[in-house]
Design a protein around this ligand. Structure first.
Ligand SMILES: *[C@@H]1O[C@H](CO)[C@@H](O)[C@H](O)[C@H]1NC(C)=O
Ligand SMILES: *[C@@H]1O[C@H](CO)[C@@H](O)[C@H](O)[C@H]1NC(C)=O
Ligand SMILES: *[C@@H]1O[C@H](CO)[C@@H](O)[C@H](O)[C@H]1NC(C)=O
Ligand SMILES: *[C@@H]1O[C@H](CO)[C@@H](O)[C@H](O)[C@H]1NC(C)=O
Ligand SMILES: *[C@@H]1O[C@H](CO)[C@@H](O)[C@H](O)[C@H]1NC(C)=O
Length: 514
């Protein structure tokens, strides 16, 4: 009887969780970003929300309340070879390159017919708009178009330029900008670089970057009623919730304002059984298996032959079997312990107990998977957040990082043997995995909880700190500092003046006495 009441109660409470109309505006062609959000979009639909997703990628077997708007495909392939620019990679220059490059991508996206159709649609109703803000600030105006609350999805850790709108802390002394490739214990020069970078993101972006986003917004988001829209800045400040792809066991510990929720690795789930042939390889490797993959963005076919040969030569000498992801059709003779394929089920391989080492570029998803399954990493990091992610792992004893720009055969060989022979890397990786798993809510459930929270509380604007209302000089207490300096000057002048008077009188008295 009790259980019947309980079950009825649960059913009622499930049904009373009102279903909402949710728009996910993800028109950019970044497969790894979409892959990280897809489980969230699916789960929202499974929970009964009416989810409309605008994306170049479609979901396999979507739930019935999931609607996909196909964005016309176009290859936005990287026009440069990341391996050749790695050597010239300077953290300080990253923002300038991004400000130049990304608005062009954004404009290409905004020109797509499906995107324009949605922007100028009439009669659609949404309670909530999700958008990915990876240099796409102008998308925030969809919240105004649909009179809906806005949730911002961030594929990695926001830099100071993004964090400034909600005044999420970005102190240069201990919060590394991921593009610097630094960890949280920085040397003097590193702290200086990091702080200058934050300054560039905040002070210079308003001259060199935000005007471009404003122009894009004015040009492409001229929907009926756009005239009443607030400034882009106030719409960005008005964002209800920001979901960021980090966690203190993945990145460096950092404070977050209440509207910033860390949801690292929403895509992670326990490993599935491998296909038979791979399972056979994994199970019949008495010394274990090394998995080698540089992810989906870096193509090993672009790797210079010299470095490629180093990998093959060194990996061919070890006792372990090596699963090697290589996208080329070229036939070359690999050593017998190296099994080459264009694609591997990465997570399921890392989740197999016989996987002893992951040789990776250190991208955020690969790093999260390595942590989730407790596999040590040998990271050859090329650019972007790879240098940061892998340095964090190295400082925790679960990885060795080699900067691609400083890569040598000798260094690779030493690191490889060290990692295969020293058990401490595995121990640290396993400890890290425990801290990642020990969370009150799984990342995916946490994200769903907070999104529904925003819906239930009409945008949950009470989560915002008062800092958002302050001007920059109030926020940095420059006005207070100014007052203190003025007071000191006034007091100094008074003291000097009074001192002079007293001195004169004292002197005069003395001279009169004489
Ligand atoms: C769900 O969203 C679609 C737009 O993708 C809309 O046409 C449909 O009317 C919505 N359904 C409900 C029940 O609101
Ligand atoms: C926008 O939504 C709010 C409730 O969230 C409502 O009070 C307001 O009337 C709506 N504005 C328009 C123009 O529909
Ligand atoms: C802020 O968002 C709410 C919805 O959550 C909306 O009603 C309001 O108009 C927005 N204000 C600004 C300044 O964008
Ligand atoms: C940061 O800490 C790690 C390990 O704790 C150490 O190896 C590294 O040298 C430190 N870096 C700096 C810049 O102090
Ligand atoms: C929006 O702007 C484009 C040009 O940028 C123009 O062709 C179009 O007619 C405008 N649409 C509306 C509804 O004003």
């Amino acid at each position: 009887m009790n259980s019947i009441i309980l079950i009825t109660g649960i059913l009622i409470s499930v049904n009373s969780g009102l279903s909402s109309n949710i728009l996910a505006f993800l028109p950019s062609k970044a497969r790894s970003h979409y892959g990280a959000f897809e489980p969230l979009l699916k789960e929202l639909a499974v929970k009964g929300h009416n989810v409309t997703v605008l994306s170049p990628f479609s979901m396999k077997n979507p739930p019935s309340s999931y609607h996909h708007i196909q964005v016309e495909d176009e290859d936005l392939a990287m026009s440069f070879n990341p391996f050749s620019v790695a050597k010239h990679f300077k953290p300080i220059l990253v923002p300038f390159r991004s400000w130049f490059m990304w608005p062009k991508f954004t404009e290409t996206i905004l020109n797509k017919p499906s995107v324009q159709k949605l922007i100028h649609s009439e009669g659609l109703h949404f309670d909530l708009v999700l958008f990915e803000n990876f240099y796409h600030e102008c998308f925030v105006t969809l919240g105004h178009k649909f009179n809906a609350s806005v949730v911002q999805l961030f594929p990695s850790i926001p830099n100071a330029g993004v964090a400034q709108w909600h005044r999420n802390p970005y102190d240069g002394s201990y919060i590394p900008d991921i593009n610097t490739g630094f960890c949280d214990n920085m040397s003097f020069i590193e702290r200086l670089t990091n702080t200058v970078l934050s300054f560039i993101h905040i002070a210079l972006s308003s001259f060199f970057y935000f005007p471009k986003q404003r122009d894009l917004m004015d040009k492409y988001f001229n929907y009926t009623g756009w005239e009443t829209r607030p400034s882009m800045e106030s719409m960005l400040k008005n964002i209800s919730l920001t979901l960021i792809n980090t966690h203190f066991s993945v990145g460096t510990p950092r404070p977050l304002v209440p509207s910033y929720i860390d949801v690292a690795g929403m895509h992670l789930k326990p490993a599935s059984t491998l296909p038979e042939d791979l399972l056979d390889i994994m199970n019949n490797a008495p010394e274990g298996v090394v998995f080698f993959s540089f992810g989906s963005i870096l193509k090993l076919t672009q790797l210079p032959k010299n470095e490629f040969d180093i990998f093959i030569r060194q990996l061919g000498k070890i006792k372990q079997k090596v699963l090697f992801k290589w996208e080329s059709d070229t036939k070359i003779d690999f050593p017998p312990n190296i099994i080459v394929r264009k694609w591997f089920p990465q997570a399921d391989i890392l989740g197999h107990p016989n996987c002893v080492l992951f040789i990776t570029h250190g991208g955020i998803h690969s790093t999260e998977e390595a942590i989730y399954f407790g596999v040590p990493m040998l990271a050859i990091s090329v650019f972007g957040d790879q240098l940061h992610n892998s340095l964090v792992m190295q400082n925790r004893g679960a990885a060795i990082r080699i900067k691609y720009s400083e890569f040598t055969e000798n260094e690779f060989q030493i690191a490889l043997y060290k990692m295969l022979n020293d058990k401490s890397f595995k121990t640290k990786a396993a400890e890290l995995s425990l801290t990642f798993h020990d969370q009150p809510l799984k990342s995916l459930n946490k994200a769903i909880y907070w999104i529904e929270y925003v819906i239930h509380h009409n945008g949950a604007h009470h989560l915002k700190t008062a800092a958002g209302e302050l001007t920059w000089y109030e926020f940095l207490l420059i006005d207070g500092l100014f007052l203190v300096v003025i007071m000191r000057i006034i007091i100094t002048i008074i003291l000097w003046y009074v001192g002079k008077k007293l001195w004169r009188r004292f002197c005069c008295l003395k001279s009169k006495q004489i």
